[in-house]
Write a protein that binds this ligand. Structure first.
Ligand code: T4K
Length: 399
């Protein structure tokens, strides 16, 4: 138990962890099963191009989500780019700025303007009423992001998109295994996109998937992800290389077998953090709706500096000194990154909630690499850093 501020590594004490604790440490399922699959793949000498692991992976995902089609691809960014193109989006598409940069880049890469919309500070997702005010004659679609696995206001966004004849898609990169009103994420809009990057709750090393209930879109996407090939020597469509390799699908199939365990551990960690941080004024844990299925993949804190008397950024430095590599996702917001910062230098004026949130959010490590004991220690560091700000050590912390 630490009692004195001088015990913090930031002030010269011993770091609480010898090894770094990362946000996004991959979950690894049953290693033997994975190696068995890799051996099987090597024996069959089938490494890519719609192999049997990819086909099985697609089928399992579609079953798990109760969705008609799953198209496995090489990463989440390509998945977004493919859907944007297959839906024929152009001109302007409304998205949140409070997201990972890939959401915006997937549009700009195809010379479509991402129009940044503010978020609802309670849900951290698109504020649908603000969306409506940003629609222009150039708007072709809306892309919501189910940030941290928190579903967007799907119903209102669906209403707005139908009223204005716009396409609606979702970046569900964070939301594999989450549900909205009893229905799995993956069933909303024209299509939804998952990322299975190493840092995600369920990973395929690198990888992603598009899910849709639309047969025509499925056909189109399958052609597009394979250069437009519809059989040997027969290209019928403009395409790219978005294929998921077999080794990724082998990892995905193995991860799917451990999904319940990953959720259980993340859930345990979430509640352990919730209890450990409960009494700290000015620190709030982003709530998870326990009545729906959820993956608990992100431990999202909001730091109110007026109450903690320690800034979010100083807390991050204090944590890093202890080898707790906390992150500021998604600071400073897409609109403050290039090329958007140069294109739209005043975008922040329409994004007051985003601007506030990017100053407050702090993400802590979770997943199968983190134990309850680790979490107790992380919470102690938090408590000591914040409690000290009220004591005689205040000047030291502010220095
Ligand atoms: N849309 C949204 C909303 C997204 O969040 C993402 C990806 C995408 C779209 C695009 O999907 P992909 O094309 O990536 O499939 C990371 C991931 O690289 C990125 O995939 C993810 N979002 C984002 C939220 O997090 P960074 O910039 O934090 O990456 P990095 O290299 O700092 O890694 C994060 C942490 O994970 C580090 O602290 C170290 C740890 N780590 C990482 C890897 C790769 C490991 O411990 N082992 C590993 O193998 O973006």
């Amino acid at each position: 138990m630490m009692n004195n501020i001088s015990e913090l590594a930031y002030f010269g004490g011993e770091p609480k962890f010898k090894e770094k604790l990362f946000v996004g440490r991959p979950n690894i399922g049953n290693r033997d099963r994975l190696l068995e699959r890799i051996n099987d793949m090597l024996d069959r000498r089938w490494l890519s191009n719609n192999g049997i692991f990819v086909q099985e992976f697609e089928q399992r995902i579609a079953e798990h989500l109760g969705v008609k089609h799953c198209i496995a691809v090489c990463n989440g960014t390509i998945a977004l780019e493919l859907v944007i193109r297959a839906l024929d989006l152009k001109g302007e598409v409304i998205i949140p700025s409070f997201t990972f940069i890939a959401t915006a880049h997937a549009l700009q890469w195809q010379e479509i303007t991402p129009v940044f919309c503010d978020i609802d500070p309670k849900t951290h997702t698109l504020n649908p009423w603000r969306v409506e005010s940003l629609i222009t004659p150039r708007t072709s679609g809306i892309m919501g992001v189910h940030l941290w696995g928190q579903p967007c206001d799907v119903e209102t966004l669906t209403e707005i998109s139908s009223k204005h004849n716009l396409k609606l898609m979702f970046d569900a990169s964070h939301a594999f295994g989450c549900a909205h009103k009893g229905k799995m994420i993956g069933n909303f809009g024209s299509a939804e996109v998952f990322s299975f990057h190493a840092t995600k709750f369920m990973n395929t090393f690198e990888g992603g998937a598009i899910v849709t209930n639309d047969d025509d879109l499925n056909q189109k996407l399958r052609l597009m992800k394979n250069f437009g090939f519809a059989g040997f020597d027969n290209v019928v469509y403009l395409g790219t290389n978005g294929k998921m390799p077999e080794i990724s699908a082998a990892m995905g199939l193995t991860s799917l077998e451990s999904l319940d365990e990953f959720i259980e551990i993340n859930r345990r960690n979430y509640y352990c953090y919730r209890d450990g941080l409960a009494d700290i004024d000015g620190v709030s844990l982003f709530p998870v709706n326990d009545t729906e299925r959820h993956n608990y993949q992100y431990i999202v804190l909001e730091i109110e500096e007026e109450k903690t008397q320690v800034s979010r950024d100083l807390l991050i430095e204090i944590l890093h000194a202890e080898n707790i590599i906390a992150r500021r996702y998604f600071y400073p917001g897409c609109h403050r990154m290039e090329p958007y910062r140069s294109y739209f230098p005043h975008a922040g004026l329409l994004l007051p909630e985003t601007e506030k949130l990017t100053q407050k959010v702090l993400i802590l490590p979770t997943g199968t690499a983190i134990s309850e004991n680790d979490i107790h220690k992380i919470c102690q560091v938090f408590k000591l850093a914040i409690a000290s700000s009220y004591s005689q050590d205040k000047d030291l912390l502010k220095a």
